[in-house]
Design a binder for this molecule. Structure first.
Ligand SMILES: Nc1ncnc2c1ncn2[C@@H]1O[C@H](COP(=O)(O)OP(=O)(O)OP(=O)(O)O)[C@@H](O)[C@H]1O
Ligand SMILES: [Mg+2]
Length: 244
Protein backbone atom coordinates (compact mmCIF):
# COMPACT_ATOMS: atom_id res chain seq x y z
CA UNK A 1 0.00 0.00 0.00
CA UNK A 2 1.36 3.41 -0.93
CA UNK A 3 2.23 5.79 1.87
CA UNK A 4 1.66 9.49 2.28
CA UNK A 5 5.00 10.94 1.26
CA UNK A 6 6.41 13.52 -1.03
CA UNK A 7 10.14 13.28 -0.85
CA UNK A 8 12.41 15.31 -3.08
CA UNK A 9 15.48 13.18 -3.64
CA UNK A 10 18.59 13.34 -5.68
CA UNK A 11 17.74 11.49 -8.88
CA UNK A 12 18.72 7.86 -8.93
CA UNK A 13 20.89 6.58 -11.72
CA UNK A 14 17.90 4.94 -13.30
CA UNK A 15 15.07 7.46 -12.92
CA UNK A 16 14.64 11.23 -12.73
CA UNK A 17 11.00 10.85 -11.71
CA UNK A 18 9.36 7.92 -9.98
CA UNK A 19 5.67 8.17 -9.24
CA UNK A 20 3.73 5.27 -7.82
CA UNK A 21 0.19 4.89 -6.52
CA UNK A 22 -0.29 8.66 -6.71
CA UNK A 23 -3.76 10.00 -5.91
CA UNK A 24 -5.07 13.55 -5.46
CA UNK A 25 -8.63 14.22 -4.46
CA UNK A 26 -10.55 17.47 -4.65
CA UNK A 27 -13.83 17.58 -2.70
CA UNK A 28 -14.08 13.80 -2.68
CA UNK A 29 -13.35 13.50 -6.42
CA UNK A 30 -10.16 11.68 -7.41
CA UNK A 31 -8.55 13.80 -10.13
CA UNK A 32 -5.40 11.67 -9.98
CA UNK A 33 -6.10 8.06 -9.20
CA UNK A 34 -3.38 5.50 -8.55
CA UNK A 35 -1.10 7.03 -11.18
CA UNK A 36 2.24 5.54 -12.08
CA UNK A 37 4.93 7.37 -14.02
CA UNK A 38 8.67 6.99 -14.51
CA UNK A 39 10.86 9.46 -16.37
CA UNK A 40 14.48 8.64 -17.14
CA UNK A 41 17.25 11.20 -16.61
CA UNK A 42 17.47 13.38 -19.71
CA UNK A 43 14.24 12.04 -21.18
CA UNK A 44 11.77 14.41 -22.88
CA UNK A 45 8.20 13.41 -22.09
CA UNK A 46 5.07 15.16 -23.37
CA UNK A 47 1.75 14.86 -21.55
CA UNK A 48 -1.54 15.14 -23.42
CA UNK A 49 -5.12 14.77 -22.20
CA UNK A 50 -8.48 16.48 -22.37
CA UNK A 51 -9.01 19.70 -20.48
CA UNK A 52 -9.58 19.07 -16.79
CA UNK A 53 -8.10 15.56 -16.75
CA UNK A 54 -5.47 16.51 -14.17
CA UNK A 55 -2.32 17.42 -16.13
CA UNK A 56 -1.58 20.64 -14.26
CA UNK A 57 -2.45 18.95 -10.98
CA UNK A 58 0.21 16.32 -11.69
CA UNK A 59 2.74 18.97 -12.66
CA UNK A 60 2.09 20.99 -9.52
CA UNK A 61 2.64 17.87 -7.42
CA UNK A 62 5.94 17.12 -9.18
CA UNK A 63 6.98 20.76 -8.71
CA UNK A 64 6.36 20.40 -4.97
CA UNK A 65 3.58 23.00 -5.03
CA UNK A 66 0.90 20.55 -3.88
CA UNK A 67 1.72 18.12 -1.12
CA UNK A 68 -1.78 16.99 -0.25
CA UNK A 69 -1.35 13.64 -1.94
CA UNK A 70 -1.45 9.92 -1.39
CA UNK A 71 1.29 7.77 -2.83
CA UNK A 72 4.87 8.33 -3.80
CA UNK A 73 6.31 11.11 -5.94
CA UNK A 74 10.09 11.04 -6.09
CA UNK A 75 11.57 13.96 -7.98
CA UNK A 76 15.02 15.53 -8.26
CA UNK A 77 15.85 18.19 -5.71
CA UNK A 78 16.79 20.47 -8.60
CA UNK A 79 13.61 21.01 -10.50
CA UNK A 80 11.94 24.04 -12.02
CA UNK A 81 8.60 24.87 -13.51
CA UNK A 82 7.31 27.30 -16.15
CA UNK A 83 3.62 27.92 -16.63
CA UNK A 84 1.46 29.07 -19.54
CA UNK A 85 1.40 32.60 -18.13
CA UNK A 86 4.96 33.86 -17.60
CA UNK A 87 4.09 35.17 -14.09
CA UNK A 88 6.77 37.86 -14.01
CA UNK A 89 6.74 40.36 -11.17
CA UNK A 90 5.98 43.71 -12.85
CA UNK A 91 7.94 45.73 -10.28
CA UNK A 92 11.17 43.84 -10.85
CA UNK A 93 13.36 44.13 -13.92
CA UNK A 94 13.71 41.06 -16.11
CA UNK A 95 17.07 39.97 -14.68
CA UNK A 96 15.75 40.26 -11.12
CA UNK A 97 12.73 38.16 -12.11
CA UNK A 98 15.07 35.49 -13.40
CA UNK A 99 16.91 35.32 -10.06
CA UNK A 100 13.75 35.50 -7.94
CA UNK A 101 13.71 32.95 -5.14
CA UNK A 102 17.29 31.77 -5.62
CA UNK A 103 19.20 31.41 -2.37
CA UNK A 104 21.99 33.82 -1.44
CA UNK A 105 22.71 36.93 -3.45
CA UNK A 106 23.13 35.72 -7.01
CA UNK A 107 24.92 38.04 -9.43
CA UNK A 108 23.18 39.83 -12.27
CA UNK A 109 25.71 38.16 -14.60
CA UNK A 110 24.19 34.80 -13.78
CA UNK A 111 20.77 36.00 -14.94
CA UNK A 112 22.32 37.54 -18.04
CA UNK A 113 24.04 34.31 -19.02
CA UNK A 114 20.75 32.42 -18.82
CA UNK A 115 18.89 35.18 -20.64
CA UNK A 116 21.54 34.94 -23.36
CA UNK A 117 20.81 31.24 -23.64
CA UNK A 118 17.17 32.00 -24.52
CA UNK A 119 18.11 34.93 -26.79
CA UNK A 120 16.98 37.61 -24.38
CA UNK A 121 20.27 38.93 -23.01
CA UNK A 122 19.60 42.36 -24.53
CA UNK A 123 16.40 42.75 -22.48
CA UNK A 124 17.91 41.92 -19.08
CA UNK A 125 17.40 45.48 -17.85
CA UNK A 126 13.88 45.88 -19.23
CA UNK A 127 10.62 46.00 -17.27
CA UNK A 128 8.39 42.95 -17.80
CA UNK A 129 5.53 45.05 -19.19
CA UNK A 130 7.70 46.13 -22.11
CA UNK A 131 8.28 42.52 -23.26
CA UNK A 132 6.32 40.85 -26.04
CA UNK A 133 4.44 37.64 -25.23
CA UNK A 134 7.20 35.46 -26.69
CA UNK A 135 9.90 37.43 -24.86
CA UNK A 136 8.03 37.13 -21.55
CA UNK A 137 7.74 33.40 -22.10
CA UNK A 138 11.50 33.18 -22.75
CA UNK A 139 12.16 35.18 -19.55
CA UNK A 140 10.02 32.66 -17.72
CA UNK A 141 12.02 29.82 -19.26
CA UNK A 142 15.26 31.55 -18.20
CA UNK A 143 13.91 31.77 -14.64
CA UNK A 144 13.44 28.00 -14.72
CA UNK A 145 16.80 27.28 -16.36
CA UNK A 146 18.84 29.45 -14.00
CA UNK A 147 18.08 26.83 -11.33
CA UNK A 148 19.99 24.29 -13.43
CA UNK A 149 17.21 21.77 -13.03
CA UNK A 150 17.56 18.04 -13.47
CA UNK A 151 13.83 18.11 -14.14
CA UNK A 152 12.14 20.88 -16.13
CA UNK A 153 8.36 21.01 -15.81
CA UNK A 154 6.56 22.97 -18.52
CA UNK A 155 2.81 23.56 -18.36
CA UNK A 156 1.61 24.65 -21.81
CA UNK A 157 4.42 27.20 -22.07
CA UNK A 158 3.60 28.01 -25.69
CA UNK A 159 -0.18 28.06 -25.33
CA UNK A 160 -0.65 31.79 -25.63
CA UNK A 161 1.87 32.43 -28.43
CA UNK A 162 1.12 33.12 -32.09
CA UNK A 163 2.00 30.35 -34.55
CA UNK A 164 5.39 31.70 -35.65
CA UNK A 165 6.58 32.64 -32.14
CA UNK A 166 5.40 29.25 -30.97
CA UNK A 167 7.53 27.43 -33.55
CA UNK A 168 10.55 29.48 -32.50
CA UNK A 169 9.87 28.73 -28.83
CA UNK A 170 9.57 25.00 -29.58
CA UNK A 171 12.96 25.06 -31.33
CA UNK A 172 14.43 26.92 -28.38
CA UNK A 173 13.18 24.35 -25.88
CA UNK A 174 14.51 21.50 -28.04
CA UNK A 175 17.88 23.23 -28.24
CA UNK A 176 18.06 23.99 -24.52
CA UNK A 177 17.04 20.43 -23.66
CA UNK A 178 19.74 18.97 -25.90
CA UNK A 179 22.37 21.27 -24.45
CA UNK A 180 21.37 20.86 -20.80
CA UNK A 181 20.45 17.17 -20.85
CA UNK A 182 17.77 17.59 -18.16
CA UNK A 183 14.58 15.54 -18.06
CA UNK A 184 11.55 17.46 -19.33
CA UNK A 185 7.85 16.95 -18.71
CA UNK A 186 5.89 19.14 -21.12
CA UNK A 187 2.13 19.50 -20.79
CA UNK A 188 0.58 20.47 -24.08
CA UNK A 189 -2.72 20.36 -25.97
CA UNK A 190 -0.88 20.21 -29.25
CA UNK A 191 -0.33 16.67 -30.52
CA UNK A 192 2.04 17.87 -33.23
CA UNK A 193 4.17 19.71 -30.67
CA UNK A 194 4.29 16.54 -28.55
CA UNK A 195 5.48 14.37 -31.46
CA UNK A 196 7.91 17.05 -32.59
CA UNK A 197 9.68 17.37 -29.25
CA UNK A 198 9.24 14.29 -27.10
CA UNK A 199 10.95 10.92 -26.74
CA UNK A 200 7.70 9.63 -25.31
CA UNK A 201 4.15 10.96 -25.40
CA UNK A 202 1.69 10.16 -22.62
CA UNK A 203 -2.08 10.47 -22.68
CA UNK A 204 -3.74 11.03 -19.34
CA UNK A 205 -7.31 9.89 -18.72
CA UNK A 206 -9.36 8.86 -15.70
CA UNK A 207 -6.66 10.09 -13.34
CA UNK A 208 -3.84 7.94 -14.72
CA UNK A 209 -1.57 7.47 -17.72
CA UNK A 210 -3.91 5.70 -20.11
CA UNK A 211 -1.57 5.44 -23.06
CA UNK A 212 2.05 5.94 -23.94
CA UNK A 213 3.73 6.28 -27.30
CA UNK A 214 7.45 6.17 -27.91
CA UNK A 215 8.59 8.49 -30.69
CA UNK A 216 11.49 6.82 -32.41
CA UNK A 217 12.04 9.47 -35.10
CA UNK A 218 15.43 11.12 -35.61
CA UNK A 219 15.85 14.78 -34.69
CA UNK A 220 15.29 17.34 -35.99
CA UNK A 221 11.94 15.91 -36.90
CA UNK A 222 10.17 16.43 -40.16
CA UNK A 223 6.44 17.00 -39.77
CA UNK A 224 5.93 16.00 -43.40
CA UNK A 225 7.41 12.53 -42.74
CA UNK A 226 4.60 9.94 -43.14
CA UNK A 227 5.74 8.26 -39.90
CA UNK A 228 5.23 11.59 -38.13
CA UNK A 229 1.69 11.81 -39.52
CA UNK A 230 0.99 8.24 -38.45
CA UNK A 231 2.06 8.90 -34.86
CA UNK A 232 0.03 12.10 -34.76
CA UNK A 233 -3.08 10.36 -36.11
CA UNK A 234 -2.71 7.51 -33.61
CA UNK A 235 -2.49 9.94 -30.69
CA UNK A 236 -5.42 11.99 -31.95
CA UNK A 237 -7.50 8.79 -32.07
CA UNK A 238 -6.47 8.10 -28.47
CA UNK A 239 -7.70 11.57 -27.57
CA UNK A 240 -11.01 10.84 -29.28
CA UNK A 241 -10.41 13.02 -32.31
CA UNK A 242 -11.26 11.23 -35.57
CA UNK A 243 -8.89 12.27 -38.33
CA UNK A 244 -10.36 10.02 -41.04
N1 LIG B 1 -7.46 23.59 -6.02
C1 LIG B 1 -8.45 22.90 -6.60
N2 LIG B 1 -9.65 22.76 -5.96
C2 LIG B 1 -10.66 22.06 -6.51
N3 LIG B 1 -10.60 21.46 -7.72
C3 LIG B 1 -9.44 21.58 -8.39
C4 LIG B 1 -8.33 22.31 -7.89
N4 LIG B 1 -7.31 22.25 -8.78
C5 LIG B 1 -7.78 21.53 -9.81
N5 LIG B 1 -9.06 21.12 -9.59
C6 LIG B 1 -9.90 20.32 -10.47
O1 LIG B 1 -9.15 19.19 -10.88
C7 LIG B 1 -9.41 18.89 -12.23
C8 LIG B 1 -8.11 18.84 -13.00
O2 LIG B 1 -7.56 20.13 -13.10
P1 LIG B 1 -6.22 20.42 -13.88
O3 LIG B 1 -5.99 21.89 -13.77
O4 LIG B 1 -5.19 19.51 -13.38
O5 LIG B 1 -6.64 20.00 -15.36
P2 LIG B 1 -5.78 20.09 -16.71
O6 LIG B 1 -5.70 18.71 -17.25
O7 LIG B 1 -4.53 20.81 -16.46
O8 LIG B 1 -6.76 20.94 -17.64
P3 LIG B 1 -6.38 22.02 -18.78
O9 LIG B 1 -5.94 21.21 -19.96
O10 LIG B 1 -7.68 22.70 -19.03
O11 LIG B 1 -5.32 22.92 -18.26
C9 LIG B 1 -10.37 19.94 -12.74
O12 LIG B 1 -11.68 19.41 -12.71
C10 LIG B 1 -10.21 21.06 -11.74
O13 LIG B 1 -11.41 21.76 -11.60
MG1 LIG C 1 -3.74 22.65 -17.10
Amino acid sequence: MATDVHRPVTPTVTQAVRVEGLSRTFDGRAVIDDLRLDIAPGEFVALLGRSGCGKSTLLRILAGLDRDIKGTALVPRRRAVAFQAPRLMPWKKVWRNVLLGLPGKPERARAERTLDEVGLGHRAGAWPKTLSGGEAQRASLARALVREPDLLLLDEPFGALDALTRIKAQHLVAEVWQRRGCAVLLVTHDVEEAVLLADRVLVMDDGRIAHEQHVGLDRPRDITDPRFAELRAGLLRRLGVDTA
